[in-house]
Ligand binder design. Structure first.
Ligand code: UD1
Length: 419
């Protein structure tokens, strides 16, 4: 299994291109089930994209991935309405085929996504919303069996009790082909949802309120072909901003957008990181020292839970203390024991962790446990004295494109050890 070796202490300097967003593309690809053909541009080359391609291919769609051109072309009709356990268990986002299959074909059978390393992550909100659109949903032998009524799904008002990115996406994709109007109240406002709305509208969907927490959809009979460019990955951008900050460097994040960082930009600035807009993206510098800032994760535009681990690595070398509270997922502090092995001073209890900054981390062999935890260990390694080996990097390959190459190109001493 591949590992990543880092020798810390190098200041990063230069330009890092930001890839298309993983979480956007994983919602855009299933939209091809609604109509098409759909051509996606600026597609990152990630293990999760390959998994979603395999899922759509086994549904009967033709998926062509031109990696050199960063383009994905998806077309054809579904011939199989079942999403099997073997694929869904690898990637929770597989559940996003449920809404489109149900809306277009009237039926779907999707393996129940299991628990996952960062918490139980149920799909009850997805299922309730589809029921509100008229579907009957049963759980049978580990599978979600959903059926639309004769005549198809019907628009409804759906009020989400908590903000869910995935449930908003599934509901949107079901509603665009439902009869009549659907209103989604307390919808997630993440930039990936806006990107999905823009793509669906290019395919012919009618959606109002894009970018707000109240989406109004007027169903249409069918969706057609479209070409859509995937939005830049705000989490990758935030991660590299932390990399620049933790090494005292200066980088230009090509393609990154300030408005998509939400509270992450505000918090980084408070901690002593300079972030300036530039015609090509965002310029990130470390001004003077870093200092501890308290933060709580929240739905967008709040501080992203997907940036919590990286921010904790940064805070572990800041002056003073930082209290980090995770409100979205339980059990999302698995990076803490690994950071402790590198000399960080962190205590956690329940949903909050206190990080007391230390002057210097020290390199160590560490184990990646999930996607964002893995990259937080890379950040710590960039700042640590000596050598850090991050084991089990397959998590990293799910969501970061050529991370070691991008960091090496701006001066990091980092390499992948194969095998
Ligand atoms: C998406 C992102 C993930 C990110 C998360 C929160 C993708 C592919 N993944 O995950 O990277 O960390 O948003 O920003 O886009 N919940 C329920 N019932 C449900 C659905 C969710 O209780 O039916 C809860 C979850 O357990 C969690 C919260 O709602 O506590 C938010 O989860 P959600 O926004 O749905 O996350 P995902 O869409 O799975």
């Amino acid at each position: 299994m591949d590992r990543i070796r880092i020798r810390g202490g190098r200041r990063l300097s230069g330009t890092i291109p930001v890839s298309g967003a993983k979480n956007a593309v994983l919602a855009l690809m299933p939209a091809a089930l609604l109509g098409g053909p759909l051509t996606l541009e600026n597609v990152p080359d990630l293990a999760d994209v390959a998994t979603m391609s395999a899922l759509l291919a086994q549904h009967g769609l033709a998926v062509e991935h031109d990696r050199a051109a960063r383009r994905l072309a998806i077309g054809g009709a579904a011939t199989n309405l079942e999403a099997p356990y073997d694929i869904v268990r690898k990637m929770r986002a597989s559940v996003l085929v449920l809404g489109p299959l149900l809306a277009r074909y009237g039926r779907a059978r999707v393996s129940m996504p299991g628990g996952c390393a960062i918490g139980t992550r149920p799909v009850d909100l997805h299922l309730k919303a589809l029921e509100a659109l008229g579907a009957t949903v049963e759980l049978e032998a580990g599978y979600i069996e959903a059926r639309a009524p004769d005549g198809g799904l019907r628009g409804a008002k759906i009020i989400f009790p908590v903000v869910s990115v995935g449930a908003t996406e599934n509901t949107l994709m079901a509603a665009v082909l439902a009869e009549g109007e659907t209103e989604i109240v307390n919808a997630a406002r993440e930039p990936e949802i806006e990107d999905l709305c823009l793509c669906l509208m290019r395919m012919g969907a009618v959606i109002e309120g894009v970018g707000t927490d109240r989406l109004r959809v007027t169903g249409v009979r069918e969706l057609g072909a479209a070409t859509h460019r995937v939005v830049a990955d705000r989490i990758e951008a935030g991660t590299f901003a932390c990399a620049a900050a933790i090494t005292g460097g200066e980088v230009l994040l090509e393609g990154a957008r300030l408005d998509h960082l939400g509270a992450v930009a505000r918090v980084l600035r408070e901690a002593g990181v300079g972030i300036q807009e530039d015609p090509r993206g965002l310029r990130v510098t470390r001004l003077n020292g870093l200092h501890g800032v308290d933060v709580q994760t929240d739905p967008f535009p709040g501080f992203a839970t997907d940036m919590q681990a990286q921010f904790m690595a940064l805070m572990s070398v800041a002056e003073g203390a930082s209290m980090i509270t995770e409100t979205i997922f339980e059990n999302r502090f698995m990076h803490v024991p690994e950071l402790l092995r590198m000399g960080a001073r962190i205590n956690y209890h329940g949903a909050s962790a206190i990080v007391r900054g230390v002057p210097q981390l020290s390199g160590a062999p560490v184990m990646a446990t999930d996607l964002r935890a893995s990259v937080s260990l890379i950040l710590a390694g960039l700042a640590a004295q000596g050598e850090t080996i991050v084991n089990r990097v397959y998590h990293l390959d799910r969501g970061y494109e050529r991370v070691e190459e991008k960091l090496a190109a701006v001066g990091a001493e980092i390499e992948r050890l194969r095998g």
